[in-house]
Design a protein. Structure first.
Length: 195
């Protein structure tokens, strides 16, 4: 019964957004904003760029809300659509960056995660592990990095990642396998003593 009410509230939110309701839009930003920022940041590795992409994603939702009303019939599809828009905008920025490099970026893939260890030596070890993983992911192709970020870092199932990246599930699994294998090789080569 509680689950049905939650689902009904989310569906009502979806319809209110599609009708241009500002309060519903604000609730949507609060509901999806952190996840979209996480996805964008893991692709872009730059906090400001990730914030800009999330804003652009919500602007597109606000502008196209009435059109989406006929295409999106549940909040899960809205979530997938927003993630897809965010990924596409992030990839566009990566492509622009490659054409017009601006120097080193300010972030890394895991810097948004809090340090869970209170002891200084454990904190230092965790930071070193982050540095190793981030430097190792730079050896991945763009597609492998996207799939790795979505599936392994964000915990998104392969089927959803396939929908977000507009490919089939076997392609996602293959890219994820290749990414993990490549990361393993890079880490073993650069850190033969282990991490």
């Amino acid at each position: 019964m509680q689950e049905a009410r939650v689902r009904e509230r989310k569906l009502t939110l979806l319809y209110q957004i599609c009708e241009g309701d500002g309060d519903a839009f604000t609730r949507c930003v609060q509901l999806f904003g952190p996840r979209l920022h996480s996805v964008a940041y893991k692709i872009l590795t730059n906090t400001q760029d990730a914030q800009d992409v999330v804003q652009e994603s919500f602007l597109i939702l606000f502008q196209r809300g009435s059109v989406l009303k006929n295409r999106i019939d549940n909040i899960r599809k809205l979530s997938s659509w927003l993630v897809r828009v965010t990924v596409n905008l992030s990839l566009d920025r990566v492509r622009r960056r490659k054409r017009n490099p601006q120097g080193p970026q300010d972030g890394d893939l895991l810097s948004s995660l809090p340090d869970p260890y209170p002891l200084p030596d454990e904190v230092a070890e965790r930071r070193e592990l982050r540095r190793i993983i981030v430097s190792s992911t730079r050896a991945l192709t763009q597609r492998q990095r996207e799939v790795f970020a979505l599936c392994d870092l964000d915990g998104i199932p392969a089927s959803c990642a396939a929908e977000i990246l507009s490919c089939n599930v076997s392609e996602i699994r293959s890219s994820l396998y290749s990414a993990r294998r490549q990361l393993s090789r890079v880490i073993k080569r650069n850190y033969p003593e282990g991490i």
